[in-house]
Design a protein around this ligand. Sequence first.
Ligand code: ADP
Length: 872
Amino acid sequence: MAEQAVSPMMQQYFEIKKQHPNEILFYRVGDFYEMFYDDALTASRELELTLTGKNCGKEERAPMCGVPFHSYETYVARLIAKGYKVAICEQMEDPALAKGLVKRDIIRVVTPGTVIESSMLAEDKNNYLCSIYCKRRRGHWRAGICFADISTGEARATELNAEKIGGAIITELCRYMPSEILICPPMLDFKDVTGYIKQHTSALVELREEACYKDALLESTMAGQFGPEWRTTLGYDEDALVPYAVAALLNYLQETQKHGLERIKTVDNYADAQYMRLSPVTRANLELTETMRGREKRGTLLWVLDKTETSMGKRLLRSWIEQPLVDAEAINARLSAVQALYTANIARADLKEALSHVFDIERLTTRILYGSATPREVKALGDTCARLPEVKTQASACGAPLLTQLADQIDPLDDLLQKITTALVDDPPATLKDGGAIRAGYNSEVDELRDIMHGGKGYLANLETKLREETGIPKLKIGFNKVFGYYIEVSRSYTDSVPDSFTRKQTLTTGERYITPELKELENKILGANERLLVLEHQLFADLLSEISAQIVRIQRTALAVAQLDVLAGFAEVALQNNYVLPVVDQSGVIEIKEGRHPVIEQMLKGTLFVPNDTLLDEGENRMLLITGPNMAGKSTYMRQNALIALMAQIGCFVPAASAHIGVVDAIFTRVGASDDLAAGQSTFMVEMTEVAEILRHASKNSLVILDEIGRGTSTFDGMSIARAVVEYICDNIGCKTLFATHYHELTSMDQDIYGVKNYNIAVKKRGEDITFLRRIVAGPADDSYGIEVAKLAGLPSSVTKRAHAVLRQLEASAPGRNQTMQLDFETVEAYNNPSVPSEVVDKLHSVDIETLTPLEALNFLYELKNVLDKD
Ligand code: ADP
């Protein structure tokens, strides 16, 4: 019997599963979502669920596991995070009313890029779905790329036309870090892009078929979404590739979400040239939004600057940091707004107070549109509307043009506030399940039904009194249970007094329970009212949601303005708290910083004060600062602080300095030690050289370049030669502003030969064999590398450091003095690189420590040397 009852359901399961072979199918059965076969095996493994079996009409039971429907979100979130997609199959009718098998259907496919539930999203981060379309025309590849966050309705797109299209795509990807990427078939051949995605992101890649990019589909999708005049409205000519990417993205949403596409109202077309170029390596090195080690927010620029009050502000701040501006006018508009908020202490405090009560209306609107918002959430939208006038007033009180403009964009949405306040009670329930969300007076039928219910309860009390009087049973009670509804309960000692009109329903040890026709009639009325009331409340709430949805464009515009105000007010706050100043930003090409500090390290230092330093970089004789100094002196801190100060200024933020003049930079490049590419099997030297090559190819005159110890991964002379050649190339061919740290003292003579190079070093004080770092940058080359002293500081045993000093003395006796900077001219280097004995052999001989070699190792070493000679 049981087997027959189960089989048709499994048949239905197989039908549905056939359409979703690549997703894990969450199949609703009563209060559970069940998974079967391979899905069950995968889910039980990934979610640590108990694997059981289900009779399915076949001999073997189907492997099965399940999760309760009310907590399914957390399970789906975990699967999504592990890179799976989940198809949700619902019961489409009430099982209690269904005739035969309950109808079921897929209501949604949840994928990493299409999540809208707040429980599955990080509040301070956008969640982007990306779509890339590329095409070759006249022998040249071009691409259209689009990023959409369906939880907020944001959609941005750009056309890429770079010579190296793969690199351009990667630059965009690391600007937005999408969680899912739709690609067209030709993209499979872009190994640099696919390799990058695999290695550096956890994004899910979806290959879309060629058919998704057909012209007819493009036309119908775009016209359906944006109207028949979409090309004009969105500004695309016939040649544009972006529309194909957008249409593929919309179709994918349609396929997976079934509804909710209305959230995307427009596409914001941006030009790459609008933002400062930051390579993936640079973003990582500067630790803008996550640390290199641990990938955490603490210890990043984002962490220092985040003084926002709202989730919308947090997300916007992150995207501002990821996309600094290059237009001095736009930057100064932000800076003047921050300046106004910085000065207006009271207005800023009031603005921040009002903002602290503003909910994430951007994402709330999406859930309202999808119909999944709860009464409490809608009330939160109402509460937010109530704060908007204050936000508007305080923002315009400060006076800066940008603030006034943002205040104007805030729509106080008082009609929505009015609507929500009249429709919902002050403190609505978390769900609509038990009703109680609609305010009295909003709908006359609701009031009437509630009257019946409450009146009904009054009737019950009346009936109870009447029956007590009629029967003379003092303790007669009317009660209710789920099995047979309302009943009359009489204790054992009075059962004899019960009249015949009572029908006995249940016997208890303490007494008996009865019903009467009169009680049943009352019951129908009360229960009917309750059921009807629930249906009606659902209906009214759904109507309210769709009325709000109709105002989506107004809400979205307001949310955007609020987010910007929040970030700007946060910048003013952080400037005050951390003692930042307003930078002068222009197109002068000069970077002049007085007493600059590293924004993150100064916050992390405990017990010591950060030592500020000056910087002067220009387009003339101060183009390249060559910085020497022992390890740990503070070279990389100094170089990064300059990059971070320029970047902060260009996002519109005050900077950690006594004063700063920043000529806008179009890109920042960094080449800094340890890179995580080592794991990918590349040698340190290869990684280093690839990064240097990238910089030389892409840096322009207006870029800021940071080079930390290049040429370290190879032999000294090779390294030094490469370093010098790079410096020459940068000064002669690019002319970008460069900070170059090196421990090759030999290079410090370059300031004599190459125009634009200036020597600096980070001062240390030496007392006996101990040194103290002064952290001060001073003009001129370092006099010593203090390697042994630093090693001592690091805790190397004194016997070792003593021996090192002795060895050094010996070396100094036979070679040019350590303190007279080794005067090595580059002809000697040339000669060294082409001697009769190959340099590799010389290097190997230099590096070997004969005293520690075993005889066998010595033999092997000889063998190795001979091999090198033979090879040559
Ligand atoms: P280098 O690149 O020369 O090896 P770092 O820049 O890594 O040295 O600096 C080493 C440490 O010194 C930093 O982690 C920081 O704690 C400290 N430091 C660097 N610069 C300063 C400064 N200006 N003021 C205070 N401490 C600093």
